[in-house]
Design a protein around this ligand. Structure first.
Ligand SMILES: NC(=O)c1ccc[n+]([C@@H]2O[C@H](COP(=O)([O-])OP(=O)(O)OC[C@H]3O[C@@H](n4cnc5c(N)ncnc54)[C@H](OP(=O)(O)O)[C@@H]3O)[C@@H](O)[C@H]2O)c1
Length: 277
């Protein structure tokens, strides 16, 4: 059955891919964010109504992160409006190991809507489309938590899982944990990107305080610095958060993409060719 599907954050890393998948399947997709028509701004609940009009199902990406103050109120307001607007189901993108995000998961689970929760580990694409791209282009990836072993996941896998569970009611009420197929340290993934690009890219282990000082000097806002501090300490600081899950295999019937393949494919597209030095 074809659905009218809302993709909140539909111009971002996962949303863009989910929208493409669903369009290919023949669904009617409405992508929203702060620059779309209709405008959807998490900070202004008055903008939620137009986005939800005549929609059957929605993929919810909260930006910047479900851990930030304000996320719970926004998710509460959205789910109330979604229920009132008659939506059948929502899928929430959440972060694996984020206690704060779990409060938002509970809001969705208790909203009265059908739902699936998708808990993802850190994305491969943080290095190609996100916060760490610039470090790779500069040839020096200086990050804290050098010992953390992280089951980096590919956003294409997230999008494939989301696209499937959003239109399939067999996954209603479930929490799907999606990780890559193995755990990697920052040093290991930097070595893979260096090898794939045939460029000098070095990993420099630094403390969280040094990382935060760097962000302050770069003029980044306190809220952003707080968020990275939280993500490094809460998410990467707890090894229990970093187990590999086989939910991608269970949902998609194929293995998750490993970081080495991601690095090779991304290098081949020329994403890391630009030199910032
Ligand atoms: N990166 C990771 O490793 C990781 C791991 C686990 C979970 N997550 C979760 O993934 C989510 C981010 O997903 P993503 O990476 O797919 O998105 P993204 O690439 O960060 O893009 C954010 C999207 O949200 C929109 N947006 C930003 N601020 C907005 C606002 N105030 N109101 C409405 N829309 C807004 C952006 O469009 P406009 O700017 O045009 O509005 C864009 O479409 C976060 O909730 C994060 O917690 C990330």
């Amino acid at each position: 059955m074809k659905n009218n599907i809302l993709v909140i954050g539909g111009t971002g890393k996962t949303g863009r891919r989910v929208a493409e998948n669903l369009e290919q399947l023949g669904h009617n997709v409405r992508v929203v964010g702060r620059k779309t028509n209709p405008v959807f701004d998490w900070e202004n609940p008055d903008t939620y109504d137009d986005a939800l009009k005549n929609i059957d199902r929605a993929y919810i990406v909260y930006a910047p992160d479900l851990a930030v103050p304000g996320a719970r109120d926004a998710i509460t307001a959205l789910t109330k409006k979604a229920l009132k607007a008659g939506l059948e189901k929502v899928v929430l993108l959440s972060g694996k190991g984020e206690t704060e995000a779990e409060a938002c998961e509970d809001i969705v689970a208790n909203s009265g809507l059908n739902y699936t929760l998708v808990r993802a580990s850190w994305f491969n694409q943080n290095f190609s489309e996100g916060a760490f791209l610039e470090f790779v282009l500069n040839g020096t990836v200086a990050l804290p938590m050098a010992d953390a072993e992280i089951p980096f996941v590919d956003v294409n896998d997230i999008a494939d899982v989301v696209s499937k569970v959003l239109v399939n009611d067999a996954y209603n009420g479930q929490t799907i944990t999606i990780t890559g197929p193995e755990k990697r340290t920052f040093k290991q993934v930097v070595e893979m990107m260096a090898e794939a690009t045939n460029k000098q890219i070095q990993f420099v282990p630094i403390s969280i305080d040094e990382f935060k000082d760097g962000m302050r000097k770069a003029g980044l806002p306190d809220s952003y610095i707080w968020l990275f501090d939280y993500l490094f300490q809460e998410v990467l600081g707890n090894p229990d958060n970093q187990e590999v899950s086989d939910d991608i295999v269970k949902v998609l019937g194929r293995p998750a993409k490993d970081f080495e393949s991601f690095a090779r494919e991304t290098a081949a597209k020329g994403v890391w060719n630009q030199n910032n030095n």
